[in-house]
Design a binder for this molecule. Structure first.
Ligand code: PEP
Ligand code: MN
Length: 360
């Protein structure tokens, strides 16, 4: 696939080609935007983000300051030289942001999920002659790569050539250490399907917690993402939106300083992308194993409370047989399945018995 034959570079990339965007979730006051901008201008990031209009899940949340905040961004740009980026969700937002000289518009996850809204934004961009503005499209809240690509196609068809994608994780139900689990294989598949499209990782919305942002940002760079968008705030605890996930400005600076160099690619694009897919698949596999062990430990506690023995031979043989059948339907080799399943089970038993690992 492509149909995206003429994607042009995004302005504001660092000397090594990485695109680093930072700033508060929301623009809250002139002082807050300026304080963030001045600190960010001293880091390698060249683009300041701040939400002017905020799509909140529940009514009554902070919905952004609106128009006055555009002037704060313009002032920050004039004083620091940073490019500016904000979220747009309607035709009126596009017009107001472009009139205020915002350099980069992004389409938020809730908006990408709605083709009517994406079309309205695209029509507004087309009405302004396609413009030289950069548009970044966040993934939709659901793990639907077609919806993501469809939104990119609408914006491209509007004449926008400075186009990129932002991976911010996917809404899920149930336990996860992440606010929006990353399902890394999806953005990596996007890179394969749309070669040349910059894909930027948003560890802030993936993690939802400031302490997880750094390691996730590092992992994203190691996986070959083209850049990062990271929320940071002069006083995260007082932020009017997404307080838990915003980094302090000094924490942002030290994270950006310590990022690994961009993963160097080989001459073969297809090989690189496939290797990234293997990396992502392994990451998901290990997370699944860790989740399985956590469940096993909970079962262990219940067994202990109820005086049941840890190993229940009947359940064990039923489990192995049903998993082998499942695996074979997926085309996996029975001997390999047996080895993996036995190893998983042995480790679950060890964890349930709370034994120390003698192999260490
Ligand atoms: C944001 O970037 O602050 C935001 C609202 O993000 P998302 O659309 O990814 O939820
Ligand atoms: Mn946010």
């Amino acid at each position: 696939m492509s149909g995206f034959d003429d994607i042009r570079p995004i302005p504001g990339s660092c000397a090594d080609g990485r695109i680093l965007i930072a700033g508060p979730c929301s623009a809250e006051s002139a002082g807050q935007v300026m304080e963030a901008a001045q600190a960010i201008a001293a880091t390698p990031a060249r683009i300041l983000r701040a939400g002017v209009w905020k799509p909140r899940t529940h009514p009554g949340g902070f919905e952004g300051v609106g128009l006055p905040a555009l002037a704060w961004l313009a002032e920050a740009k004039a004083r620091t030289g940073l490019l500016t980026a904000t979220e747009v969700a309607t035709r009126a937002h596009v017009d107001a942001a472009l009139d205020a000289g915002i350099d980069i518009l992004w389409i938020g996850a809730r908006t990408t999920a709605n083709p009517f809204a994406v079309q309205e934004i695209s029509d507004a961009l087309a009405a302004r002659g396609g413009t030289d503005v950069t548009v970044l499209v966040k993934n939709p809240v659901s793990p639907d790569i077609e919806l993501w690509i469809g939104a990119l196609q609408r914006v491209y068809a509007a004449g926008c050539r400075r186009l990129g994608a932002i991976h911010r994780g996917f809404t899920t139900y149930g336990d996860s250490p992440y606010r929006n689990p990353p399902y890394w294989s999806i953005p990596i598949e996007l890179r394969r399907r749309v070669p040349g499209l910059p894909v930027i990782c948003d560890p802030s919305h993936i993690c939802g917690r400031a302490d997880m942002v750094g390691p996730t940002a590092v992992r994203a760079m190691e996986m070959g993402f083209d850049g990062l968008i990271i929320e940071s705030h002069p006083a995260p605890a007082e932020a009017l939106s997404d307080a838990a996930q915003q980094l302090t400005l000094p924490a942002l600076a030290s994270l950006l300083d310590s990022l690994p160099a961009r993963a160097a690619g080989s001459a073969d694009h297809e090989l690189d992308e496939l290797r990234r897919q293997i990396d992502a698949a392994d990451h998901e596999l290990l997370e699944t194993v860790a989740r399985r062990m956590a469940i096993a430990r909970r079962i262990g506690e219940i067994k202990r409370r109820s005086g049941l023995s840890v190993v229940q031979p009947q359940r064990y043989s039923r489990l192995i047989e049903s998993r082998k059948a499942m695996g074979q339907e997926l085309g996996l080799e029975p001997h390999m399945l047996q080895t993996i399943l036995e190893a998983l089970h042995a480790e679950s038993v060890r964890q349930q018995l709370n034994e120390s690992d003698e192999r260490k």
